[in-house]
Design a protein around this ligand. Structure first.
Ligand code: INI
Length: 157
């Protein structure tokens, strides 16, 4: 029988940082609420174990996520943002920057950096992913953070 390692969705004594962008805040606020609620429902005490860092836009998320991850103070970092295409080419640059930047932050620090950034063509699609028809991607990010914090605890090295 192989050894299986998987993470439970339990708080343990883990610490979490949430990095959230203000751009499209009517969406990102809902996602942070969802993330906090999910963490709490799995036993995390937000006052003792969650720090929320606000940044201007998704483009600014990676550097702050990296700083949080590198600090050694957090077991997982949740990145929450909403990039909406609208009528600008800016969209593609912001999307690729936040996606590769958060991945790099995770790889460079060995800390799970969870990608809870939604990228959509329209405002309607963003709203659907922030607590309406398509769930709440902030909740999904919180579940991934819990699971990954517990996976990392069990891995060698
Ligand atoms: N930032 C977002 O978080 N979402 C967007 O949809 C967005 N658009 O479309 O422009 C956006 N732009 C701002 C960017 O993230 C930076 O804050 C800005 O470029 C300053 O560095």
């Amino acid at each position: 029988m192989p050894t299986h390692i998987e993470g439970d969705l339990v708080a343990g004594d883990h610490q979490f940082a949430i990095v959230v962008s203000r751009f499209n805040e009517f969406v990102t606020e809902q996602m942070v609420d969802g993330a906090l609620n999910t963490l709490e429902r799995h036993g995390v005490d937000p006052e003792a174990a969650v720090t929320v860092v606000h940044v201007p836009g998704a483009r600014e998320i990676p550097v702050v996520a990296q700083r949080c991850a590198r600090s050694g103070s957090y077991d997982a970092v949740l990145c929450i943002g909403a990039v909406i295409r609208g009528a600008t080419d800016h969209f593609d640059y912001v999307c690729s920057g936040v996606s590769s930047g958060t991945l790099q932050a995770s790889m460079d620090t060995d800390v799970p950096v969870i990608f809870g950034v939604i990228t959509t063509d329209t405002i309607e699609q963003a709203i659907e992913r922030a607590g309406t028809k398509a769930g709440n991607k902030g909740r999904d990010a919180a579940a991934a953070a819990l699971e990954m914090a517990n996976v990392m605890d069990q891995l060698p090295g």
